[in-house]
Write a protein that binds this ligand. Structure first.
Ligand code: SAH
Length: 233
């Protein structure tokens, strides 16, 4: 069973975009996942195919209409669709590797991309949308956020990454940032590769990498869970 993504957007041409290349692109071609980009405007009913209107209560910008969006959502995700319905939103829960793993283990996702000031609150409530943020900054639309989320999910689908082990050792998978990497040449501008890494002693290398990961995490991201625990001796 492959992962089925349906993206609701005013800019379907942005998809698959970067996800049509490299690992994700090959997996898309192989049918490991599927992507349907749905034009929200097709669900407008007036002559001008209006999708937005001025905010109730006044203020700057425009708001996407609940009636148009709900029709688009109901088309993409009829009742009984087991896929979670996500709304890309800076007000959402920040996306984590743990949530990415959950999504990758599921049947797919229906992803709504906002534009303008955002979308009418009533469609969020009425369709049970889960708001997901990709960080504490404002994008001009939900499309790049949806591409980020899908990239993170697709690389975890079975068979997408050549070497499955490398996924498990990545930053965040164990509550730690990853240790630094080195490769040839042996010396670069007077900087050698740390001795331990060319010692051939795999036990020592593992201990060194773990210590480096813990040090880095403590310095940069003391909020990550494993960093809050005492160093393993
Ligand atoms: N007025 C809103 C921002 C609207 S930005 C506010 O202040 O909260 C327009 C659209 O871009 C949003 O509806 C959302 O879909 C998307 N977007 C912007 N920043 C985002 C982020 N950090 N994460 C996920 N989606 C984001």
């Amino acid at each position: 069973m492959s992962f089925a993504a349906s993206v609701l957007t005013l800019y379907p041409e942005m998809f698959p975009g970067a996800l049509g290349l490299s690992l994700a692109g090959r997996a898309l071609e192989a049918g490991t996942w599927s992507l349907e980009a749905i034009q929200i405007r097709d669900f407008a009913t007036d002559r001008h195919r209006t999708v937005d209107d001025t905010p109730a209560g006044g203020g700057a910008g425009m708001v996407m209409r609940a009636d148009v969006l709900s029709r688009a959502i109901d088309h993409a995700s009829p009742p009984g669709d087991p896929r979670p319905r996500l709304l890309m939103s800076p007000r959402g829960k920040p996306l984590t590797q743990a949530r990415v793993r959950e999504l990758a283990a599921g049947p797919g996702a229906v992803i709504l991309c906002g534009r303008f000031e955002g979308i009418d609150q009533r469609v969020i409530d009425a369709r049970g949308l889960e708001e997901v943020s990709v960080g504490d900054f404002i994008l001009s639309g939900g499309e790049p956020a949806a591409l980020v989320l899908l990239d993170a999910v697709v690389r975890l689908l079975p068979g997408v990454m050549g070497n499955a082990v490398s996924g498990e050792e990545e930053s965040f998978e164990n509550g730690l940032l990853e240790h630094p990497h080195y490769t040839r040449p042996q010396e670069f501008e007077g900087r050698p590769i740390p001795d331990v890494l060319i010692s051939g002693n795999h036990k020592k290398i593992a201990v060194w990498r773990r210590a480096e990961a813990e040090k880095l995490t403590k310095e940069r991201r003391p909020d990550l869970s494993a960093a809050a625990q005492p160093l393993v001796k």
